[in-house]
Structure formats: structure tokens, C-alpha cells
Ligand binder design. Structure first.
Ligand SMILES: Cc1cc2nc3c(=O)[nH]c(=O)nc-3n(C[C@H](O)[C@H](O)[C@H](O)COP(=O)(O)O)c2cc1C
Length: 184
């Protein structure tokens, strides 16, 4: 039997109609056997302030625990003005703190995202990768996943067959990437 691995997905879209939340749901539906995926409500976190670091808020402690118990992390991001949303940066900043207690360090990670734009979150993911690399995460560089919702969804709002195949291939690659990392 395949050894179970646990993956945390942070979704940068927090609106009820978020297409990135839909993308997360598509990931859940296509998981490789042995991969467990959970998410965290990043909208429950307060805005980062060093004033709050002395006694970390409960939601921040829960985020840091979720990161630390995960074998790998997926970042599912919208694109806002050619970058990724502030709500996601807020969660990333909290996970990196307090000083010398960076929960992201050494974790295998990958980025993906959905947008209405032609370049399907390329700008957002490029900025995001620079930050994750600074935080010493181990990034899967290939395959990449830029999802344009006008091309990737069918008339019922489901994945087209080719988009479904890409989602599966992406998750299988990440599964292998995480397993390689934790067997080191
Ligand atoms: C503030 C803002 C800025 C945006 N900037 C971009 C952009 O730079 N590139 C892009 O492809 N889409 C952009 N969009 C459109 C988003 O792709 C679209 O709103 C998408 O649904 C956002 O993802 P979400 O539904 O998961 O929140 C922007 C939307 C907002 C609200």
C-alpha cells in the first residue's frame, strides 16, 4: 500500500465564488491515492503586526501547526494586479514568524492558480515563488500550472477532459516530488 502523505493547500481566493476555491475542489476530486489534502481558512488570521507576536493569536498557532505537520504545501493563487493577493501574503508572513521560527523552512512546495486572464496567474506565481524561495521552501519548478478558466472549464463549470488530465499530471508530479523529499 502507498504510504500516506499529507499536503496543506493555502487558497488565496476567499470570496464565495472564488475560481481558485473551485480549483482547490478539483484538486480534491483528482488526488493520487495516498495523498491527503487539507486547507486552512487564511481569512481567519488577523493582519500581521509585530505587536501580536509576543502572544501569538490562536488562529496563527493553528496555521503554524498545520504547516509543520504537512509533508508538502500547495499554494493556489488568484492573480491580483500581476501579483498574488494580500490575504495570502499575510498568511505567508505569519507562517514565517516569530524570528527564527519559520514554519515554512525546508517544506516541499508548489504553486498553481486560476484566473480570467490570458496568462493565467503567471505574474502571481512568479512573485509568489520568489517569496517562497526566500523562506527556504523547496520548490517544484516543473510542471507549471497556469489555469485560464475560459479555456479550462466546460459549459457546466466542470474541468474539460484535457484540463482534468493536466490536474492529475500536476498532482502526481507533486506527489512524487514530496515523497522524494521526505525519503531524503
Ligand atoms: C483587484 C483585482 C485585480 C486583478 N488583477 C488581475 C490580473 O492581474 N491578472 C488576471 O489574470 N486577473 C486579474 N483579476 C481578475 C481575477 O483573475 C478574477 O477576479 C479571478 O476570479 C480572481 O480569482 P478568485 O475568483 O479565486 O478570487 C483581478 C481581479 C481583482 C479583484
Amino acid at each position: 500500500m502507498t504510504k500516506p502523505i499529507s499536503v496543506l493547500a493555502l487558497v488565496g481566493g476567499i470570496s464565495s465564488e472564488s475560481v481558485n476555491r473551485s480549483l482547490y475542489a478539483f484538486l480534491v476530486a483528482e488526488l493520487p491515492s495516498g495523498m491527503h489534502l487539507e486547507t486552512f481558512p487564511i481569512e481567519s488570521l488577523p493582519f500581521f503586526s509585530q505587536d501580536l507576536e509576543e502572544e501569538l493569536p490562536e488562529s496563527v498557532l493553528r496555521l503554524k501547526e498545520a504547516i509543520e505537520r504537512a509533508d508538502g504545501v500547495l499554494f493556489v493563487t488568484p492573480e491580483y494586479n500581476r501579483s498574488y493577493p494580500g490575504v495570502l501574503k499575510n498568511a505567508i508572513d505569519w507562517g514565517s514568524r516569530p524570528w527564527m521560527r519559520n514554519s515554512w523552512e525546508g517544506k516541499p512546495a508548489a504553486t498553481l492558480g486560476a484566473s480570467i486572464g490570458a496568462i493565467g496567474t503567471y505574474g502571481a506565481q512568479t512573485h509568489l515563488k520568489a517569496v517562497l524561495s526566500f523562506l527556504d521552501m523547496s520548490l517544484m519548478n516543473h510542471p507549471e500550472f497556469y489555469f485560464n478558466i475560459t479555456r479550462g472549464l466546460d459549459e457546466n463549470g466542470g474541468l474539460t477532459p484535457s484540463a482534468r488530465a493536466l490536474v492529475r499530471e500536476y498532482l502526481e508530479s507533486f506527489d512524487a516530488f514530496v515523497r522524494e523529499h521526505i525519503s531524503d
